[in-house]
Design a protein around this ligand. Structure first.
Ligand SMILES: [Zn+2]
Length: 211
């Protein structure tokens, strides 16, 4: 009677242990996945940090001047930010981040408009409206009335990737779903679209986290 009890105790012990191991392994996996999604935003926005812009890294350079309005100038590979001299040290991070995000949204609107102007005409696919949006899980969408929404974070991706997303949404004006016909049309207008989809698949999660 003693031996089976000992065995069962050991089995129980092993079972509990294996369960614990499983939980630890699962936690490890979650942790690793979090690390795998590389952060694109710096911990602290300050002079010398870098951020992506149009698929390239830009170095942020802060200049403090006697000005009221923040000014941003893109001089690849540098983005120069002119900040008011009176800005408190503890506000530099948030003010810089906020100014950069606003500037990026404006750049996104300009670049999206350029791409729409070219491709709508070229492929005879005209949207009703085009809006730049802040979206956490999608790059773009095309509504039933051909209103196209595009994520401003596309400005961080290579220009060709942004162009692909614009063409993708324009193609939805003709093909509403993701059928074979739809992908044929995308391929016709953007022959290397697979490469851009792959880029989004590999880097999209990081970019979606934003600045
Ligand atoms: Zn689609």
């Amino acid at each position: 009677m003693v031996a089976p009890l000992r065995v069962s105790e050991r089995i129980i012990h092993n079972f509990v242990k294996s369960q614990q191991d499983w939980v630890i392994a699962a936690k490890d996996k979650v942790e690793k996945n979090k690390q795998a999604i590389k952060k694109i935003a710096p911990e602290q926005y300050k002079d010398g940090v870098s951020i992506p812009f149009r698929g390239e890294q830009r170095i942020i350079q802060l200049h403090f001047q006697v000005i009221k309005q923040i000014k941003i100038i893109d001089e690849p590979p540098i983005i120069k930010l002119y900040l008011p001299l009176a800005l408190e040290q503890e506000n530099i991070h948030e003010t810089t981040r906020h100014a950069l995000v606003n500037w990026m949204k404006k750049q996104a609107a300009v670049e999206v408009k350029k791409a729409i102007d070219i491709y709508a005409e070229k492929y005879n696919l005209f949207p009703r409206f085009v809006r730049i949006k802040t979206q956490k899980s999608r790059w773009g969408s095309c509504g039933i009335h051909n209103d196209i929404n595009l994520n401003w974070l596309l400005i961080l991706t290579p220009p060709k990737v942004m162009e692909y997303v614009v063409i993708h949404e324009l193609c939805h004006i003709q093909e509403r779903n993701h059928s074979a016909n739809f992908w044929h049309l995308v391929e016709k207008h953007c022959p290397d679209y697979r490469q851009h989809r792959l880029w989004l698949k590999q880097n999209g999660h990081s970019v979606m986290q934003g600045l």
